[in-house]
Design a protein around this ligand. Sequence first.
Ligand SMILES: Nc1ncnc2c1ncn2[C@@H]1O[C@H](COP(=O)(O)OP(=O)(O)OP(=O)(O)O)[C@@H](O)[C@H]1O
Length: 624
Amino acid sequence: MAQTKFDRQVEETAEALMFGIGRFLGGRDMDGIRRTDATFWHSGTRVLPKVEGRVARSSYRAGCQRLTFRVSFLSAAGGGNSWIWAHQDTAQALWEDKEGTLHALQTGGIGAASVAAVGGLAYGILTRKRRELMREWVVPLHQALAVPLGIAEQTDPRRYLHVPVNFNDDDAAIRIDVPAHLRFNEDLVADLIVKKLALENVSFTWRRAGKDTHVIVKKRHIPPKALRLSDPGMREILAKMPESAPLIGLGANKKKVSVDLDHDSPHVLISAGTGGGKSTILRCICCQFIHHGALAYVLDYKRISHTWARDVPGVTYCRDIAEIHDALIQLVQEGRRRIRLAEQLGDDVLEKEPWRVGPRLVILLEEVNATMAQLKRYWQRIRESGDPKVSPAIDALAEILFMGRAVRLHVLLVAQSATARAIGGPEMRENFATRILVRYTLNAWRMLVPEVSPAPAPTRHPGRVQVVLGGRAQETQVLNLSDAEAREWAISGVHTSGEAGPPLPKPPTPTPTPEPAPVLPAPAADPDVLTDVQSTTPQAPAPEPPPAAPLAPAPDDAVVGLRTAQAEHLPQLTLAALRWARANDPDFPASVDKQGTELLYRVGDLKRWARNRPRGAIGSTDPS
Ligand SMILES: Nc1ncnc2c1ncn2[C@@H]1O[C@H](COP(=O)(O)OP(=O)(O)OP(=O)(O)O)[C@@H](O)[C@H]1O
């Protein structure tokens, strides 16, 4: 007898029901399509060939996990129904008192929404790094590896790319599950991993046997974990570094990493978040320059970043904004003088005797973001009608940065966030061919080092930095000199031994700025110091300057005892405070003469000390 249409429908429905129950119990996708290589007992790792469209995460779960979830869900739903059934009276009461129920639901809803919002925010913050890892490294790596490995592109990268958040740390291990058929080019895959994760000096350990095929990627030849002057051979390495190329630290394979100001880049940019080790880097570089006879200008608006440089011969420490302003203007004048001199000397002479333009001048500019803002504010305060709007000190810095290596003026600039605006425009950043980045964000990297992409993952390892030069980033462990070591290294060089190198000028004393300060402060206290720094005649490296005609001493050059100084120049301080400071403050100026038993001091020195002294600290000399 022929089957009726109704019979066929019944049969088809029964068949579909049977399959549905089978898929439900087998933990398979309910539409019957097998999308991943998951089995009942094992989770899947990749999407099967020819599967189209997005694959849900649940498709990767093992069948037994999905079955457990389904049964639990049904039990919960059944439980809800049975609660209503068992509590019919309560349910009815809620239904009858609709307003009360709605009110309770509203209040509860607001509470639940608040909890959800706070939870969502916390989740967002806690998973920020992981999301960044996925977006910046894991997904791009997957896009590069999918085809060479023969893995479907819809595959969830997390299933086979096991990349830890801090994968650039020394002991991190990256594991990549590869297809067991091994029909792929291992060299190509390894190359893509290195490129896409911006790795350097890594080892690959392949496991090819059996089902669990994978490769483990680890760093090898890592830079030293820490680097101190007391480490074996370090002093010798430091002593052998060329005068123009101080050591920054050691890279992988103990490779020396340095910056050559004569050949690589005349200026250096250091970009780091707070506590990233900026002062340590500057200390390390700067003390080596001073060791070789350079003059250093520390422009430190934070006042205490480089206590090691206190009283080191050849160092001018400018702490307050008036001093920094004056110093920059003085330095640009010196730069212009050197340009003229370089023109006279000609390239041939300079090639052989670059020191002819004068000793190397190294300018440490700390916290450029804050200092620039302060320089602007200072200029607005002291500027008079007819003066230019832009601070001449900011202009001076820009000019120095454009002066080039021949004038031997070098800026080591530190920025927490080296935005173009902070350092005076995007073109200014181009003057820093060498950039040292520490604890950077990816945005900072893209802004400062667009030529190196992708960015190497930052690490929190103390003293570990990326030194970028010529389109290449080198991971480097910075030499960590203590204050005492830096000081000792700085003063153990030509400044004190009087060895080779140009004769040392007296470091310029920036003009103390009276209130109101002068409009365009000339380097009044010592106007010719920088212009005296070097002979302008090619034949004589160290001629004695002709004896200058005696000048009437400027008011700040007057020499007085403490009592007179307090009464006439420092009325804001008490005599007791001055005496206390003389006994306790290491920055208190040295006496220049004696009258009977009374020590005499230069007025300018006392005024400068008074402006820079720590305020309000315990044991402060501040009378207020
Ligand atoms: N090369 C290094 N080796 C080991 N530890 C280092 C190194 N550089 C910095 N550190 C550690 O980081 C700390 C902060 O360093 P440093 O003072 O140089 O940072 P900073 O960026 O100047 O800080 P701040 O922003 O507070 O001025 C140091 O006390 C030290 O513990």
